[in-house]
Design a protein around this ligand. Structure first.
Ligand code: T3D
Length: 262
């Protein structure tokens, strides 16, 4: 794997997104390798708990906007509906359906689809240095990768709209208060506290845990696949706008975006 580090210890598999210079932003390689790594994890009956984390100071900054801009500059229009269905949606579905506990160990910023990835995990333990940014609205897009389903179910509709529309960063403390994070720990304790939790889950009855996850998800997430498709349709529309291209350009040029509603 070029973009992931994978390690196993005592029945716990840790997958680390390893593009620290790009804040672990997700390009084609990351999504492809994550899909493979999750399939392998699901097949390995000795793995009883999965931890997802990021290398360096970020958990994951979402879609790699530099690769988006490169492709757009080369005149290759990106069909976001297609890329979501092919690249992101299978990862979200697998995280929610693999019948072992999946823990997001959030070491730093989680933005855009990076936050959606964390929300798709079963449990979240975060460093006090973490923060959460919806990011989509700032580049003229719609929250995707399950966020429109997972976020309002935890914080309520109005708070979810506030978070998505205003795009302000949520601190680790605020996220913990809102129930978006299960445990908040000091940065230097994150790895050890994550492993303590993961080992405890890995030592529990795997079938019972797996079926509990299946039952809980059935209780609240039955329409997940439908919602993922719906998000992909909407992203297909938003991804074709001039405002989206302007948002990406403004981010890369480090200036305020000028949106024209086109
Ligand atoms: O199908 C599809 O493709 C559509 C799917 C879309 C899914 C999405 O995820 S859309 C949302 C994409 N993500 C974002 O919009 C987040 C953009 N990044 C940020 O808002 C900020 O960088 C952060 C809040 C994540 C962190 O802020 P800060 O101040 O701690 O760091 P920084 O200085 O902004 O970034 C540090 C470096 O990482 C910088 O590179 P440089 O200038 O040192 O060369 C920055 O460009 C780079 N970086 C951060 N995020 C991304 C990124 N490079 C590429 N893509 C990124 N998403």
């Amino acid at each position: 794997m070029e973009t992931l580090l994978i390690g196993d210890a005592a029945g716990v598999r840790t997958i680390t997104i390893n593009r620290p210079d790009a804040m672990n932003a997700v390009d084609e390689r990351v999504t492809s390798e994550l899909q493979d790594a999750l399939k392998q994890t699901e097949r390995d009956r000795f793995i009883r708990c999965l931890v997802l984390t990021g290398a360096g100071r970020a958990f994951c900054a979402g879609q790699d906007l530099k690769s988006v801009q490169e492709r757009t500059a080369e005149g290759q229009p990106i069909d976001f509906a297609e890329t979501l269905r092919r690249r992101y949606n299978p990862i979200i579905l697998k995280l929610r359906t693999v019948e072992i506990p999946v823990i997001a160990s959030i070491n730093g910023v989680a933005a855009g689809a990076g936050w959606s990835l964390a929300l798709a995990c079963d449990l979240r333990i975060a460093s006090r240095a973490a923060k959460f940014v919806s990011a989509f609205t700032k580049i003229g897009l719609v929250p995707d990768s399950g966020m429109t389903l997972t976020l309002p179910r935890v914080v309520g509709l109005s708070k979810a709209l506030e978070i998505a529309w205003l795009g302000d960063a949520l601190s680790a403390e605020e996220s913990h208060r809102l129930g978006l994070v299960n445990w908040l720990v000091e940065p230097e304790e994150l790895a050890s506290r994550t492993m303590e939790l993961a080992r405890r889950l890995a030592g529990s009855a795997p079938r019972g845990l797996g079926l509990t996850k299946r039952a809980m998800n059935a209780g609240i997430l039955n329409p997940l696949e439908e919602q993922l498709n719906y998000e992909a349709d909407l992203q297909g529309i938003a991804g074709r706008t001039q405002d989206h291209r302007e948002g990406v350009a403004a981010f890369i040029e480090k200036r305020a975006a000028e949106f024209k509603g086109e």
